[in-house]
Design a protein. Structure first.
Length: 415
């Protein structure tokens, strides 16, 4: 049986133990090669440590290892018999909030780490809000360093209560709490005997069993066309396939579809993959769709169902996370990339900035700086086919790219 893929991101304040937790997950689930373990043991000995510093398994940049911090997003892949995983280990520092947005944008689940000694801090709230803003469906709050508070159930329950109160303002339905010690391995992969009062599942068991099948939108059919396949071979002489990744809904041969923005309609003749034809396609499959009629479709167009169309407009209302060190210039044009379409866009107006720590709207402040999150109005040169981000994370997200430097300056969620 094909095992499914869970993408998750880690978030939390500096020194909460994110890299150590991931190292512990990899180490205890036997997902590391022996030469890697040997190298980490040597590095730990050189630092004069009594234990293996598992954080070295994810902190790949030399500056990260020297300072003992995470600077950029580190991606790690591992698998168990039940599921495959891609981890995005994101930085805890405030100035790297943009890296957290990058790492979390494709995640099904966020691990929010809390230091049991410090409890809920500003960065906990900040990262939880970003996870909520990015519509990550599942949150696991790992209360780490329980060994430093004598594995106290009282401390765990106090943090659980505080976080639950804060999370009532967020848009997240599935939140779970696990008390752990990443350093010693309590409740990460195995139950040790230090917290007999905790009767819940370990972190790995939760990651393996959490239901993610319904995280994709399987109701609204959306197929952004990436390229046209014309083999011109004798076997496939008249083949014209529209290739791309399904962004939502389910497509089947015989379905009536509409090509946007032209509005021309046709029926699906076949759905092909690298391994041959399939009876249906759903998110996030990559397929080639052939139609019964020859209609003009090009990259950036979108196939939808007739009775369930996406929105189409040149004016967009967007929550923007500013990633660049340079503030947006008044009237500056940017490349806007959305699904497989690229258009030019301009920021018409800043409606408000968000104070992530208090969740207050700052309507008087219009100056956007790096790591700021603001609600803006964008105007594009051509209409975009889109959905609200809360409805579909693929068709509701976009990035802005600076025309002159080709730097990605902002990531946006369409409201």
């Amino acid at each position: 049986m094909k095992s499914d893929l869970l993408r998750f991101t880690t978030a939390g304040s500096v020194d909460d133990g994110k890299s150590t937790l991931i190292g512990r997950l990899l180490y205890d689930s036997k997902s590391i090669f022996e030469d890697q373990i040997a190298a980490v043991k040597q590095s730990s000995e050189r630092k004069g440590l009594q234990h293996i510093d598992l954080s070295l398994l994810t902190d790949g940049l030399r500056a990260e290892r020297e300072q003992g911090i995470t600077i950029d997003v580190a991606y790690r892949y591992f698998a168990t018999p039940k599921r495959k995983f891609i981890i995005a280990d994101t930085p805890g520092h405030i100035q790297y909030t943009r890296n957290m947005v990058t790492g979390a944008s494709t995640a099904n689940l966020a691990l929010i780490l809390v230091d049991a000694r410090k409890g809920i801090v500003e960065q906990t709230c900040r990262h939880s809000y970003i996870a909520s803003l990015l519509q990550i469906p599942h949150l696991i709050v790992c209360i780490n360093k329980m060994d430093l508070v004598d594995y106290s159930e009282e401390v765990f329950l106090k943090i659980l209560e505080e976080y639950t109160e804060f999370a009532s303002k967020l848009n997240v339905n599935d939140i779970r709490f696990i008390p752990i010690s990443a350093l010693n391995g309590d409740n990460v992969v195995n139950h040790l005997d230090n917290m007999p009062w905790y009767k819940g599942a370990t972190l790995l068991h939760t990651l393996e069993t959490i239901h993610i099948g319904s995280d994709y939108n399987h109701l609204d059919a959306r197929f952004p066309v990436q390229t046209i396949i014309r083999p011109h071979s004798s076997e496939y002489h008249d083949y014209r396939g529209y290739a791309g990744r399904v962004a939502g809904g389910i497509f089947r041969p015989g379905d009536k579809v509409l090509a946007l923005p032209s509005g021309l309609s046709s029926k699906i003749k076949s759905i092909d993959t690298f391994n041959g034809p399939v009876p249906e396609a759903f998110a996030p499959m990559s397929v080639s769709i052939t139609l019964e009629d020859d209609i003009d479709i090009s990259r950036g167009d979108m196939l939808v169902k007739e009775n369930n169309q996406s929105e189409m407009s040149q004016d967009l209302d967007v929550m923007l996370c500013w990633l660049s060190g340079q503030a947006p210039r008044p009237g500056a044009k940017y490349y806007l990339r959305h699904t497989s379409k690229e258009v030019r866009a301009v920021i018409k107006d800043v409606i408000y900035k968000m104070d992530i720590n208090t969740l207050q709207r700052l309507e008087e402040e219009k100056d956007i700086k790096m790591n700021d999150i603001a609600r803006v109005k964008l105007r594009t040169t051509q209409p975009l086919m889109f959905d609200a981000y809360r409805k579909n994370r693929t068709t509701g997200s976009l990035i802005l790219v600076d025309e002159s430097t080709n730097e990605t300056v902002a990531a946006g969620m369409i409201v």
